[in-house]
Design a protein around this ligand. Structure first.
Ligand code: AQP
Length: 353
């Protein structure tokens, strides 16, 4: 067997968030709160995926100063939400060079046909596909490397990442098949990489835009009115919810009445997720009423739940010494796990080291 790693694959959680600014309610409910939850039952590794951030044009991610600020901001959100960087590992991806190294091996495993099916690439590249970066195209292969570098068994993510998680499993499977003999010879039995389970769970796996209930809430939406940012103050949240698109009908009294009303469904879903209640329960209280009253109750709830997180984020970002220490120490611990896995991959593939 190679180096210091065991053949057996232990349960481990990995997930990441891109430091591309405008961290929003969708990131919080769909991912970060799930990360906090998973800490109770698993060893967790949470990563600020800065290599992914630069796959878009510099004008989108904002340049060097903005990137550094956004790395601090995502880390601050992790800590403010309750992620424990002592019991678990929090770091930024570019500090652990094995992510890029394993991604190259996976670029040679993944098939063009697989990559061509990735809907996120199509959405983000838009009409001007010829002008998209090679990095944006290879993004899902790097994401597979992020996860499998730690032989992670579970990945909590929002609904939009489902397809990338399926690709991660395809890459793991093909690696295990292509190198089956070598994997066995090196003492890893019949599979080196696990079949990672996506955990797309919780009440808000897909929070939608406040301006268009058919589009997901997104950091890159040009309209700031489309999302609630974690650092928005009360007035901003109130204004965004007041302006949130709705329809002329009053709220229905039952969940079935939300069919074909995506904006209403989204706002009720957000209320339910933030309050820990079911949509039916929320409609039992607000059904039959106008949106204006509901929106003001939602403002109070959102400010109550997100306000403390936003304030703590601002406090941490204003004096980032603590964040820098967390990221540096986290990277050392992540490297200690990643290095022997990457060495094993090199041995399995046949590279000399
Ligand atoms: N609207 C959403 N609802 C629920 N979960 C969401 N996530 C993102 N948007 C929603 C989840 O947040 C985690 C981190 O996302 P990311 O940083 O990898 O960015 P993304 O998935 O590409 O989505 P963003 O944040 O909106 O950015 P852009 O604008 O670049 O697309 C992931 O687990 C994601 O599922």
């Amino acid at each position: 067997m190679t180096d210091e790693i065991s053949a057996a694959i232990a349960p481990r959680v990995f997930s990441g968030v891109q430091p591309t600014g405008n961290l929003h309610l969708g990131n919080y409910l769909g991912a970060i709160l799930r990360f906090v939850e998973m800490q109770k039952t698993h060893d967790c590794i949470y990563c600020v995926v800065d290599l992914h951030a630069i796959t878009q044009p510099v004008s989108v991610w904002g340049g060097p100063k903005e990137l550094a600020r956004n790395i601090h901001e995502v880390t601050a959100a992790f800590l403010a939400a309750g992620i424990d960087p002592v019991k678990h590992v929090v770091f930024n991806q570019s500090r652990v060079h094995q992510h890029a190294e394993l991604a190259w091996v996976f670029n040679c495993i993944a098939r063009l046909g697989w990559m061509n099916r990735m809907t996120q690439f199509k959405e983000k590249a838009g009409k001007d596909r010829e002008n998209a970066s090679l990095g944006l195209y290879a993004y899902p292969s790097l994401m597979a490397a992020d996860i499998l570098l730690y032989r992670a068994t579970h990945v909590p993510v929002g609904e939009d990442q489902k397809q990338h998680l399926e690709l991660t499993r395809d890459i793991a499977q093909k690696f295990n098949n292509d190198f089956a003999e070598s994997i066995a010879e090196h003492g890893f039995g019949d599979a080196f990489f696990p079949m990672t389970e996506p955990l797309i769970q919780g009440p808000a796996t897909r929070v939608m835009s406040l301006r268009d209930g058919t589009k997901k809430m997104s950091k890159s939406d040009p309209s700031d009115l489309s999302r609630i940012n974690l650092t928005d103050d009360r007035d901003t949240v109130a204004q965004k919810l007041r302006k949130a698109k709705t329809d002329p009908e009053p709220l229905p009294s039952e969940v079935e009445g939300l069919a074909g009303r995506p904006e209403a469904e989204n706002l009720v879903g957000i209320y339910a997720a933030l309050s820990g209640r079911t949509a039916a329960d929320v409609l039992a209280e607000f059904g039959g009423g106008q949106f204006s009253g509901f929106k003001s109750a939602l403002t109070d709830l959102a400010v109550d739940k997100l306000g403390p997180v936003g304030s703590e984020m601002k406090r941490l970002v204003a004096d980032p010494g603590h964040i820098d220490t967390v990221l540096r120490e986290g990277a050392e611990r992540a490297s200690a796990i990643a290095a022997p896995v990457m060495n094993a991959v090199k041995d399995i593939v046949g590279f000399l080291r």
